[in-house]
Design a protein around this ligand. Structure first.
Ligand SMILES: O=C1C[C@@H](O)[C@H](O)[C@@H](O)C1=O
Ligand SMILES: [Co+2]
Length: 300
């Protein structure tokens, strides 16, 4: 059984307003977003573009609703820009998260990423790092891991479609090349989108459970993934087309994920992250649906 004293449940603002596709949910305000998260039964959130930048203002708005910040996306550029640039930006973001009481920061290497580009996500343009790029990237990530540790926080890494760390082999190379102070941010949706099998999802969580610092619960509609492949869609077009949805509404079984997290005494956040078009998938309705699914499956 997942322990309610050890696990907290959050939801990402990306279902209300998508920072990568600002036209999706432009009408939804910050206040509506966090109020509906709380109404659906969640106590945590990540940071969205509409969130106040002033920690005091943000904290007050969250406190009023019994919410807190649990993580924030951080783009690294170790493969394409000077290392110091990423490290300086990381320290600032870490300070901000620390002030907000968060314990994890979720990185993604955006050097040459095609996740925001209008090119097929399953084409030949996905970055494949050279040995030299891997070297720079892993060296940089190990530095971030040590910096986060010094602050009593955890540096997580988000495997992601369209980046140099998408496939199981790439995730293995990343995990084998980083120290124990660098953790995995496990995202069920991204591994399923990449590989198209339940097996890939289950193997990933089995392999790295001891180094998982944060969990994104995201489901994939299998037929939409197929359509993405057939029509050579970009990542963002696939998102607009409804590839992702909340856990329990797509093709992923979360049974093994919840079982492994429970057996290994996972302590931290499980955050529902399901970007879709809010005009088609009402964010509050889908948040409630996700919350009910988690309750039904885990008792949390
Ligand atoms: O964690 C995430 C952050 C988003 O910006 C991203 O594109 C999404 O798919 C995701 O998993
Ligand atoms: Co994610």
């Amino acid at each position: 059984m997942l322990d309610k004293n050890k696990i907290k449940l959050g939801i990402a603002p990306i279902a209300w307003t998508n920072d990568d596709l600002p036209e999706l949910g432009a009408e939804n305000t910050f206040e509506q977003c966090i109020s509906e998260m709380a109404l659906a039964g969640f106590t945590g959130s990540e940071i969205g573009n509409k969130y106040p930048k002033d920690p005091e203002v943000l904290k007050k708005a969250l406190d009023l609703r019994g919410m807190q910040i649990c993580n924030c996306w951080f783009s690294t550029f170790f493969t394409t820009r000077p290392e110091e640039e990423t490290i300086e930006a990381f320290k600032k973001q870490l300070d901000f998260l620390d002030q907000m009481g968060a314990k994890v920061i979720g990185c993604s290497e955006q050097g040459s990423s095609i996740q925001g580009k209008a090119v097929p996500i399953f084409g030949d343009q996905k970055p494949v790092f050279t040995d030299e790029e891997w070297n720079k990237f892993l060296t940089g990530m190990n530095k971030l891991g040590a910096i986060a540790k010094e602050k009593g926080m955890k540096c997580g890494f988000h495997h992601h479609m369209g980046t140099g760390v998408q496939t199981p082999a790439e995730i293995d190379r990343f995990m084998n090349g980083t120290s124990e102070d660098v953790y995995l941010l496990f995202d069920s949706g991204h591994i399923y989108f990449s590989e198209g099998t339940q097996e890939a999802v289950d193997i990933l969580i089995d392999k790295y459970i001891k180094r998982i610092a944060h969990v994104h619960l995201k489901d994939v509609r299998g037929e939409k993934r197929q359509e993405c492949l057939a029509k050579k869609m970009s990542f963002l077009d696939a998102v607009k087309n409804g590839t992702f949805t909340v856990p329990g509404d797509g093709n992923i079984s979360f049974d093994h994920i919840f079982k492994v997290l429970a057996e290994n005494d996972y302590t931290g956040w499980m955050l529902v992250e399901a970007e879709q078009d809010p005009a088609k998938a009402n964010p509050l309705e889908y948040a409630v649906k996700a919350r009910e699914f988690i309750r039904e499956k885990t008792g949390l």
